[in-house]
Design a protein around this ligand. Structure first.
Ligand code: NAP
Length: 261
């Protein structure tokens, strides 16, 4: 007789966020569920995972569709970053093509609170272009992929926070790299902003708590925030938390077990 161990419910978890790390911890303990965590491979030392991990792109929609079919995936859980629009849109298209349901964890975006002074932009380039012409002390929380974009305004003294340590690019003569992995604390960001005399904060509207400290620190110090709005992602089934994702997965897993599949 076929048991759950012979025929587990197979989940592809698209990761690269703290939610993915947390969901991976919970799914590792679930009976009858086999989950593989997929990472893009952007960071040199990703957070430890209790699940098997595959690293690197799938080769667009066709590659991901092929992967879903060949690996007999029953469910895709998209726990990628809200700015990782390409993989999220690819996952939606592949889910349709391979007839595999998809669930996304989508953190609600941040909204201005209290004395927040935000200007909002549709792209990283537009936010950088809106910095004053005269040299400023700018904190960039835009991530490593946005470093090249900062060279459009090389006159500023940048403090750039990234996960992996690196030298500042030569075309940014006044830049300092701060290598650190979230979650960050507001008191630490206040100290960092004071130390560097920060006048502007560049941020992506990531949502969630792990990177919110820079927004709170800017509010407390009266610093202007240049906020990049999220990119568009096609309609999909979403939940806003890891707990809700686990409940949804459990229901669907249960239904499949009841159908005896
Ligand atoms: P992206 O622009 O949406 O994706 C570019 C390509 O990278 C995708 O087309 C895919 O290649 C590959 N890819 C992305 N995520 C993948 C995953 N989890 N597993 C396998 N392949 C993946 O993504 P991104 O903005 O470069 O982000 C890359 C990773 O960093 C994501 O896992 C994301 O969660 C994480 N991250 C991003 C940000 C951000 O601000 N963008 C911030 C924090 C963490 P193929 O087309 O070849 O499949």
């Amino acid at each position: 007789m076929m048991t759950k161990l012979d025929n587990p419910y197979r989940i592809l978890l698209l990761g690269g966020t703290s939610e993915a790390t947390s969901l991976a911890q919970s799914l590792a303990d679930q009976n009858g569920i086999f989950t593989i965590l997929s990472l893009a491979g952007r960071t040199a030392n990703p957070a430890a995972s209790p699940l098997p991990v595959r690293v690197g792109g799938f080769g667009g929609v066709d590659g991901l569709t092929e992967y879903l079919t060949s690996e007999n995936i029953d469910l895709i859980v998209d726990a990628t970053h809200p700015f990782a629009a390409r993989i999220s849109n690819n996952a939606i298209a592949a889910s349709v093509a391979a007839h595999v349901p998809l669930l996304a964890i989508e953190r609600p975006p941040w909204t201005p609170a209290g004395t927040d002074e935000w200007s909002e932009f549709d792209s990283v380039d537009a936010a950088i272009a809106a910095l004053p012409d005269t040299p400023q002390d700018v904190f960039s929380g835009l991530g490593r992929q946005a470093i090249n974009a900062l060279s459009a305004a090389p006159q500023h003294r940048y403090v750039i926070r990234v996960v992996d340590a690196s030298e500042p690019p030569t075309n940014l003569p006044h830049a300092t790299i701060v290598a650190a992995r979230g979650p960050f604390r507001t008191e630490d960001d206040i100290e960092l902003f004071r130390k560097h005399g920060i006048s502007h904060v560049l941020a992506k509207n990531s949502g969630g708590s792990a990177a919110y400290s820079k927004i709170e620190a800017a509010r407390m110090l009266g610093i202007k925030v240049l906020m990049v709005r999220r990119p568009a992602i096609a309609p999909r089934k979403t939940v806003t938390s890891v707990e809700d994702a686990l409940a949804w997965i459990e229901t669907h897993h249960q239904r499949r077990s009841e159908r005896g599949v």
